[in-house]
Design a protein around this ligand. Structure first.
Ligand code: NAP
Length: 481
């Protein structure tokens, strides 16, 4: 790896301010080429326990710092990330596969949470409550919850960590992070920069291991963990929620989605196509808010498909480090095979592959950006999260009917509405049962707004003032006569 700062390539777990080795090893490979990037320490449940104990020991000192003192350290961390963005982007692209420009975008996005929460922690106001009894005084104060355990996925190896760790640390909590075993190098580089920024030993800890369930048991059930926060699939989220129940842990869940993308007959089709491409093909379709079902009004269906087809044909697929590449590989062969299976099943059920639809010669994890028409709601491609570069298009005729179809899913993360009619846009945005709805936009996530889902897409919010509230306990204080 051609890093300017070779010290950013770490291969061990980070516990109590020290890089720790382990008996076993995990291979980390470039999904584009299969090349071995690093052999990292295979952390165990015992390492996770040590990390929790270290975080618990560091908590009293860290929470006692003033908001300004914590903010100063976080701002140094933010600046160091910006200073090292080229190296961090390279690490991210090599271990995850997304194009370098997207990797840089993720790092800026991830860093923005650190800066924003460094500022927001100064505003952890409580309240003085008008009393029910003149002899008594009532108030609330906000206090950090304690040790926060985080488990994060491979699709955003940087930002899914900072979106949790930044508000937690800013609030005065200490953290233990378990990144995905496919993409641990970005997490390790973040820990290295956190140390350089001056985060005290034990404040931030990181353990990665091949036995995720064993690490997850510790992080959801250790008595010293106060709050558990997870980003990943709904299936794993349900397991972890059940584990949290025995200790009544506070928890946040950022889970899977099945986003509808609705194009009305009054939409600007160029805006709709560029929004569709942005939400569908970013990260090769491997985002939780990726468009999963495209509903197009029958009167503009053919025109929309033609423009989408043309836009997809322009995409350049290849290694994320190569100039001009806009779509990289999928994370592993299993993911590519699953996508291929979905295409053949959908085509077998009568849908038409308009473009793409097959593996690509660039490598075993590459699948062509694909447009499919004639899809119906009963097909698996419309019911399951695709997590790949497939754009399945369906027709609709009636507004109420398309709202019903869009809401007919156990998921409720993100939805998209394309319409130039302000009254319709307001009506539909309000009727969609999703945590986030974007109107005439394909990329909407930002530090300053709450990100999260309803129904089986999750519990809680990340980002904005809501994201900070997740890491505070509101204490009611009653002073008697
Ligand atoms: P995943 O299989 O659920 O894995 C996510 C994390 O959980 C990884 O760190 C994984 O570790 C760990 N894990 C897996 N099984 C576990 C268990 N039994 N106990 C404890 N930890 C366990 O999800 P993924 O495939 O990495 O990510 C894709 C999913 O994440 C999609 O469904 C996507 O929609 C969702 N996502 C949601 C959001 C959101 O904000 N709502 C954002 C991004 C992604 P290993 O890697 O070591 O297996």
């Amino acid at each position: 790896m051609q890093l300017t700062d070779k010290q950013l390539l770490k291969t061990q777990n980070y516990i109590n301010g020290e890089w720790r080795d382990a008996a076993g090893r995990i291979d980390v490979r470039d999904p584009a080429s299969g090349e071995l990037l690093a052999e990292i320490a295979d952390g165990t449940a015992a390492d996770a326990q040590e990390a929790v104990v270290a975080a618990a020991a560091a908590f009293p000192t860290w929470k006692s710092k003033t908001a300004s003192e914590r903010a100063a350290v976080l701002k140094r961390w933010h600046q160091l990330i910006l200073d090292n963005i080229d190296d961090l982007a390279l690490i991210l692209t090599l271990e995850q596969g997304k194009p370098l420009a997207e990797a840089r975008g993720e790092i800026l996005y991830g860093a923005s949470y650190i800066e924003w929460y460094a500022e927001e922690c100064r505003r952890a106001y409580g309240q003085t409550i008008p009393t029910h009894n003149p002899a008594m005084r009532l108030q609330t104060i906000r206090q950090p919850v304690g040790v926060v355990a985080c488990i994060t996925p491979w699709n955003f190896p940087n930002a899914m960590i900072t979106r949790k760790a930044a508000p937690a640390l800013a609030a005065g909590c200490t953290v233990v992070i378990k990144p995905a075993s496919e993409t641990p190098l970005s997490a390790m580089a973040l820990c290295e920069l956190a140390t350089r920024a001056g985060l005290p030993a034990g404040t931030i800890n990181m353990v990665v291991g091949s036995d995720a369930p064993a690490l997850g048991q510790v992080l959801t059930q250790h008595p010293q963990v106060a709050k558990f926060t997870f980003t990943g699939s709904t299936a794993v989220g349900k397991i972890l929620m059940a584990q949290c129940a025995s200790g009544v842990k506070k928890m946040s869940m950022e889970l899977g989605g099945n986003a509808p993308f609705i194009v009305f007959d009054d939409a600007d089709l160029d805006t709709a196509v560029s929004a569709c491409v942005a939400t569908k093909f970013r990260n090769a379709g491997q985002t939780c808010v990726s468009t999963n079902r495209i509903y197009v009004h029958e009167s503009v269906h053919d025109a929309f498909v033609e423009k989408l087809h043309a836009a997809v044909a322009e995409m350049k697929v290849g290694h994320g480090c190569d100039e001009g590449v806009t779509v990289g590989p999928l994370i592993h062969r299993r993911a590519a095979e699953r996508v291929a299976q979905l295409v053949s099943e959908t085509a077998g059920a009568g849908a038409k592959v308009e473009f793409g639809g097959d593996f690509l010669p660039e490598g075993e994890n590459y699948f062509a950006p694909t447009v499919i028409t004639g899809v119906s709601d009963e097909m698996r491609i419309a019911r399951e999260e695709i997590f790949g570069p497939l754009a399945p298009v369906q027709k609709f005729t009636d507004e109420d009917d398309v709202i019903r179809r869009a809401n007919d899913t156990p998921y409720g993360l993100a939805a998209y509405v394309m319409s130039e009619n302000i009254r319709r846009a307001n009506r539909v945005v309000e009727a969609l049962e999703y945590g986030m709805v974007a109107c005439n936009a394909g990329v909407f996530s930002t530090t300053v707004a709450p990100f999260g889902g309803s129904k089986e897409s999750g519990i809680g919010r990340e980002g904005g003032v809501e994201g900070m509230a997740e890491f505070y306990e509101t204490k009611y204080c009653c002073f008697g006569a």
